[in-house]
Design a protein around this ligand. Structure first.
Ligand code: B12
Length: 221
C-alpha cells in the first residue's frame, strides 16, 4: 500500500471502530517509515472529527463514538513512545485531568504525549477528576502547571468549580492553570480565570512553555 492508501484505510477503519485493523495499519505504516505525526494528524484525528460530525447529524450514536475512540486509543499506545522522546531533560511538572462528570480522555492523552515529548513530567489524574482530587494532587506533587480538560458544554463549568476550590485552599496562585477541550475557547478560559488555553496539543506545549517562562521570570527560583 502507498502511504496515501494507508492513511485512507486507517481513516476508514477508525471510523468503523475496527481496532485490530487500525493497529495493524499503524505497524505497517511505521515499518514503511511513515512518521507517527502523519498518522495522527492526517488520519486518526480527522477520523474522530468526522465521527463527531456524524454523531451531531444523528448518523452515529454513542457506541460508534466509543469504538472509534477505542480504535484511535489503541494506535496511540503504539505511537506514544515514538512521539514522547524520553531523552529530553525535564523542564517542568504538569498535573493533568479530565474534569468531574466527563469521561473524554483521548484529547487529554494526546496533550500528555506531546508534553512528555517536550520534556514535561506529566502526572495524569485520569477522567472524572473532582475538585478535591485536583487540590490533593497539587499539594502532593507541587506542579508548575495544572491542566483541565472538558469535552462537554455541561462539564465546562467544572473549571470554575475547580478554581474556586483551589482559591479557598489558598493554592490558586501556586500554579499556572490551563484549560482545554473541544468546546473550550479563549474567551471561556478568560471568563473562568484560567491562565492559559490552547486549541490543540502542539499549541498547548508552546503555551505551557511560554507561561512557565513568564512565571519563572517573575518569581526568582
Ligand atoms: C470519542 C467521543 C466520545 C467517547 C469518548 C471516549 C474517550 N475515551 O475519550 C464516548 C463514547 C465515551 C463519548 C461519550 C459522550 N459524548 Co462524546 N465524543 C467523542 C468525539 C467523537 C471525539 C472526541 C475526541 O476524543 N476527539 C479527538 C481529540 C484529539 O480531540 P481534540 O478536541 O482535537 O483534542 C485537542 C484539544 O481539545 C486540546 N485539549 C484537550 N484537552 C486539553 C486540556 C488542556 C489543558 C489543553 C490546554 C488542551 C486540551 O488538545 C487536544 C489534542 O490536540 C467527540 C466529537 C468531537 N468532535 O469532539 C464527541 C463529543 C465531545 N461527545 C459529545 C457527547 C454529547 C457525548 C455524550 C453526552 C453522549 C451521550 N449521549 O451519552 C457522552 C458523555 C459521556 C461523559 N460523561 O463524558 C458531544 C459534546 C457536545 C457538547 N457540546 O457538549 C461531542 C462534541 C459530539 C457531538 N458533535 O455532538 N464521546
Amino acid at each position: 500500500m502507498t502511504p496515501e492508501q494507508i492513511l485512507q484505510e486507517m481513516y476508514d477503519q477508525t471510523m468503523v471502530g475496527n481496532g485490530p485493523k487500525v493497529l495493524e495499519l499503524t505497524h505497517q505504516a511505521l515499518d514503511q517509515g511513515m512518521e507517527p505525526q502523519t498518522l495522527l494528524f492526517d488520519s486518526l484525528i480527522p477520523a474522530l472529527e468526522e465521527v463527531g460530525a456524524r454523531f451531531e447529524r444523528g448518523d452515529y450514536f454513542v457506541p460508534e463514538m466509543l469504538v472509534a475512540g477505542k480504535a484511535m486509543a489503541g494506535s496511540m499506545e503504539v505511537l506514544r513512545p515514538l512521539l514522547a522522546d524520553t531523552g529530553v531533560e525535564t523542564i517542568g511538572k504538569f498535573v493533568m485531568g479530565t474534569v468531574k462528570g466527563d469521561v473524554h480522555d483521548i484529547g487529554k492523552n494526546l496533550v500528555n504525549i506531546m508534553l512528555e515529548g517536550a520534556g514535561f513530567e506529566v502526572i495524569d489524574l485520569g477522567v472524572q477528576v473532582a475538585p478535591e482530587k485536583f487540590l490533593a494532587a497539587i499539594e502532593e506533587h507541587q506542579p508548575d502547571i495544572v491542566g483541565m480538560s472538558a469535552f462537554l458544554t455541561t462539564t465546562m463549568p467544572m473549571f470554575k468549580a475547580n478554581i474556586n476550590t483551589l482559591e479557598k485552599a489558598g493554592k490558586r496562585d501556586s500554579v499556572i492553570i490551563m484549560v482545554g477541550g473541544a468546546p473550550v475557547t479563549q474567551e471561556y478560559a478568560d471568563a473562568v480565570g484560567a491562565d492559559g488555553y490552547a486549541a490543540d496539543a502542539s499549541a498547548t506545549v508552546k503555551r505551557a512553555k511560554a507561561l512557565l517562562a513568564q512565571r519563572r521570570a517573575k518569581v526568582p527560583a
